[in-house]
Design a protein around this ligand. Structure first.
Ligand code: MV4
Length: 451
């Protein structure tokens, strides 16, 4: 086991990682920006070091600053959390070159899955179904038109360097396709420094289902069931749950096997998530793989009892997996993301001082947060301030506990997404488990929150 670990992140995930390190008896180094001096991760770590000004590119994305801190303080491993440098193959390589363990997959696996067009090719070769579409990036307009002839409209154009919904556009005919290709290419070049785009058949009303995996250095892959992340708005997930109301025991087994095959195909080591779109006929298609711990990992932890962050660290230190190859869910878990945003004003960010803070508790509730009374939510980073998770023996109990927890949660000084969650949990379609990626847009009336 490592003796000292640097956490190259901030917010609730930095706190979560410090907790795992403590339980594994590893010392911790927090790094922080000038905006995060008073942050909880700084207080909880054994040592803390300021790595630069507030803008992320000067601090949490500043590789030289982070690496010199790591060397100065003599850490043997770095945990990147999610976001920031977590899926940067160059950073993983720099760690390797410095003789510091990157708690994550190899730079090669990150790069392979990071290029979403290359990932499709790899996955298809492994025998897992992908959404029908282009083989790799589209070469030019005639090639795109040819692909469109084979698979038909509507189509979706995606950026190879993107992912998570960034830089996608839906097209309905040949004219759309021409225009969309040019726009997507220009946008992708600007946003990701890679103009490559690929095409898929556009699925109308899928569920977003992702399978959690853990893979150790011996090549053992374990699956830990799925999370349904269909409740999202503009590609920001808001509610996640496990198990999915749309996944039967038979489908879970098929998804799990497919996810394990994907991991094996890239020699994957670490925690990872294989994302699928599932249609109304239980057909499923690989869309991308995330090579990091995810925001919503706690859902799987609560429904399986496995501590994913500790497992990541154990795996990176060379230990073998000791859990079952296919871990089954027990009960039902929901997670609501509490963001410092005003759902009545189109989810406008709402940073600033938190004047009152009373988090919920009691049976079945877990709250992952870095906030507290007196904490000032900085405007520089994403707006997640807490994740409320509720476990129940059945989905109805998990929903009731979540509703109870959200009523208990007292936050003053800033606006939050709690009113959105209360509306969603009351929604008849949600309660029946009828959630697809267009749920928020199609089934919710957010004007009601303006009152
Ligand atoms: C799709 C899709 C429909 N068809 N791909 C969004 C996140 C990214 N990981 C995959 N995403 C999607 N890919 C095909 N072939 C629908 C989504 C999608 C979505 C699309 C438009 C508007 C909102 C969406 C919300 C979730 C997923």
């Amino acid at each position: 086991m490592f003796s000292k670990i640097l956490i190259a992140n901030r917010g609730e995930i930095a706190v979560r990682i410090i907790r795992a390190c403590r339980e594994l008896d590893a010392r911790t180094v927090a790094v922080y920006s000038e905006a995060d001096r008073g942050s909880l991760h700084v207080r909880l770590a054994d040592e803390a070091f300021c790595i630069g000004p507030a803008p992320a590119r000067d601090s949490y994305l500043n590789i030289p600053s982070i690496m010199s801190t790591a060397e100065l303080l003599g850490v043997d491993a770095i945990h990147p959390g999610y976001g920031f440098l977590a899926e940067n193959p160059h950073f993983a390589e720099v760690c390797r070159d410095c003789g510091i363990t990157f708690i994550g997959p190899s730079p090669e696996a990150i790069a392979r899955m990071g290029n979403k067009a290359a990932a499709r090719a790899t996955v298809r070769k492994a025998g897992v179904e992908i959404v029908p579409g282009s083989d790799g990036p589209v070469r030019d307009e005639p090639a795109a038109i040819d692909t469109a002839k084979h698979i038909g409209y509507p189509l979706i154009i995606k950026a190879a360097g993107g992912g998570g919904g960034r830089g996608m556009r839906v097209v309905h005919n040949r004219e759309d396709l021409r225009r969309g290709l040019t726009e997507a290419h220009v946008e992708a070049e600007a946003a990701f420094g890679d103009g490559a785009v690929y095409i898929e058949k556009y699925l109308e009303e899928p569920r977003h289902i992702e399978v959690q995996i853990l893979a150790d250095q011996r090549g053992t892959v374990a699956t830990l069931g799925e999370r349904d992340c269909s409740v999202q708005r503009r590609h920001q997930k808001l509610i996640e749950e496990s198990p999915s109301t749309g996944v039967s025991v038979r489908l879970r087994r098929a998804l799990s096997r497919a996810a394990a095959r994907v991991a094996e195909a890239v020699g994957y080591v670490n925690a990872g998530t294989v994302e699928f779109l599932v249609d109304h006929n239980e057909r499923f298609y690989f869309v991308e793989m995330n090579t990091r711990i995810q925001v919503e990992h706690g859902v799987t932890e609560m429904v399986t009892g496995v501590d994913l962050v500790k497992e990541q660290i154990r795996i990176a230190s060379g230990e073998r997996l000791t859990i079952a190859r296919e871990v089954e869910p027990r009960g039902h878990v929901l997670e609501c993301r509490v963001n410092a945003e005003d759902p009545a004003r189109d989810f406008l960010p709402s940073p600033g001082p938190i004047t009152a803070w009373i988090p919920p508790g009691g049976p079945g509730i877990r709250v992952d947060t870095h906030a507290f009374a007196g904490y000032v939510v900085p405007p520089h980073y994403d707006s997640l301030i807490a994740k409320v998770l509720a476990w129940g023996q059945h989905r109805d109990e998990a929903i009731a506990r979540m509703q109870r927890a959200l009523r208990e949660f007292q936050i003053e000084g800033i606006r939050t997404t709690i009113p959105f969650h209360q509306e969603a949990l009351d929604n008849a379609f949600f309660r029946r488990g009828e959630v697809y990626v267009n749920f928020v847009q199609r089934r919710m009336d957010l004007d009601g929150l303006r009152a």
